[in-house]
Design a protein around this ligand. Structure first.
Ligand code: SDX
Length: 428
């Protein structure tokens, strides 16, 4: 592999260093492009060909359907680890010892109290407010009750900010749900595991005891692991961009929640179920929806299908599809939309439109079916994605700040009016 790339413009040649990652990804470092060519830049809407950073956190190979967190295969982590262990791994780079994990969890529990005044903010929302909007607002609001900025040069301050958001976020997520459900905003039980305690905060009835179902706890833990990080996706890039101005961790995550809400991103898990329900209501006519998805004049897309990076199966979709079968049967849940989803997948994978464009089911295609079987209402599907992605956002924000990366400020190519003189209103 050559060490440099040469760009030739108008007979002038410019050399740029080649960077090669530990998985042999190759990048042209154009750091000196503008200065060495007196002003020439690149342009790449959606950053489909542009790397924003070097990162040691997550590796994806879209062609081979590979996903690894800090070098560990997602299939292994989903099978053998628990969510808090994976959170520690993503953030600090190594799997924790039993003692370190126990301390991490107890430090998180110590930070799981949310100021009672936050309930007054929640009171201000109508019951109909989408929980993603509530969650993004509340995460920002935490700044009013906690130190607003993090001195990233202090390991202790960084650690404290991390356990603070990991302690409070599940509470805010559960409260966003309970607000809509008209249930009291309460806490769980510190004697429980992280995921079990979250489920208790979500579903504990005011008058009854909560007994968790180990099938649900295990399924939720696995789903959170599968959503925990995914390199420079839209919401993670947002968290990095906001954090690059040295805005605090909580507000950077609040911005990430907003980006994740979009139906082209994390909001797709809600859109998939709504699509599958519409197909069911329509008599299960999947062919009609396949035709809509292929019709360029129709804005309808097959939600849960396609991916910017995976041009093969999304490994998470494979794991979730397999888990969905066993969780639904363990819970004795019959969900007709699961069969519709499998039918759609089969048809799409035999249809040249999807095959030619390498459109396969992504993480959002089956996850909603599992959430629903576990009693999670559809408007809480994307908040579940956010709860899972929180450690990834934290890890990426921390890496960006520790590497002292510059403020994100892309260039542009101006295509507007050339200079013109002002006209008096009477002359317009
Ligand atoms: C997530 O980036 C990540 O890592 C994200 C994520 C994560 O963990 O953070 O993996 C989570 O966001 C998963 C994606 C969830 N979104 C959806 O399921 C929404 C439906 N999918 C799409 O809108 C789309 O596939 C994207 C947004 C996921 C990817 O879009 P790209 O990479 O910009 O691709 P594109 O829109 O340029 O599409 C390429 C072609 C186009 O057709 P042509 O113009 O070439 O003829 O494929 C078509 C598109 O029209 N296409 C689809 C389609 N997805 C792409 N056609 C029908 N249905 C679809 N779902």
């Amino acid at each position: 592999m050559s060490k440099t790339a040469t760009l030739t413009i108008d007979g002038n040649s410019y050399e740029f260093p080649i960077k090669v990652g530990t998985e042999n990804e190759i990048a042209i470092d154009i750091n000196s492009l503008r200065s060495s060519t007196s002003g020439i830049i690149t342009i790449d809407p959606g950053f489909k060909n542009t790397g924003s950073c070097e990162s040691a956190i997550t590796f994806l190979d879209g062609e081979k359907g590979i996903l690894r967190y800090r070098g560990y295969a997602i299939e292994e982590l989903a099978e053998k680890a628990d969510f808090l262990e994976v959170a520690y791994l993503l953030i600090f780079g190594e799997l924790p010892t039993a003692e370190t994990l126990a301390k991490f969890h107890s430090d998180i529990k110590a930070q799981s109290h949310v100021d009672e005044d936050v309930k007054k903010i929640i009171d201000g929302f109508p019951k109909s407010a989408h929980p993603m909007g509530v969650l993004s607002s509340l995460t920002s609001a935490l700044v009013a009750f906690n130190p607003s900025s993090v001195n990233v040069d202090s390991e202790e301050e960084m650690y404290n900010a991390i356990v603070r958001i990991l302690g409070k976020f599940p509470v805010l997520t559960a409260w966003a749900y309970r607000k809509r459900a008209g249930l009291p905003l309460d806490y769980g039980d510190d004697s429980l595991g992280y995921v079990e305690n979250f489920l208790k905060m979500m579903f504990k009835k005011p008058s009854g005891e909560f007994t968790s179902n180990p099938v649900v706890v295990d399924a939720m833990d696995k789903l959170l692991i599968l959503h925990a990080d995914h390199e420079q996706n839209c919401s993670t890039s947002t968290v990095r961009m906001v954090g690059s101005s040295h805005a605090g961790l909580f507000v950077s995550i609040s911005a990430g929640i907003a980006a994740l809400w979009g139906p082209l991103h994390g909001g797709a898990n809600q859109a998939v179920i709504e699509m599958l329900e519409a197909i069911k209501e329509d008599g299960g006519d999947t062919k009609k929806y396949m035709a809509k998805a292929k019709d360029k004049k129709d804005p309808f897309r097959l939600m849960g299908f396609g991916h910017r990076v995976y041009k093969n199966f999304d490994p998470r979709a494979k794991i979730i599809k397999k888990a969905a079968d066993s969780v639904l049967s363990d819970l004795g849940v019959e969900d007709p939309v699961l069969d519709i989803a499998k039918g759609l997948e089969k048809e799409a994978l035999e249809d040249s439109y999807f095959v030619d464009r390498k459109l396969y089911p992504n993480v959002d295609f089956y996850s909603g079916i599992m959430y629903r079987a576990m009693g999670i209402p559809v408007e809480m599907f994307t908040p579940m994605f956010a709860l899972g992605r929180l450690p990834g956002w934290i890890a990426q924000w921390r890496e960006m700040r520790l590497k002292k990366e510059p403020i994100g400020r892309p260039r542009q190519v101006y295509i507007g009016e050339n200079q013109r003189s002002f006209k008096k209103i009477s002359d317009r």
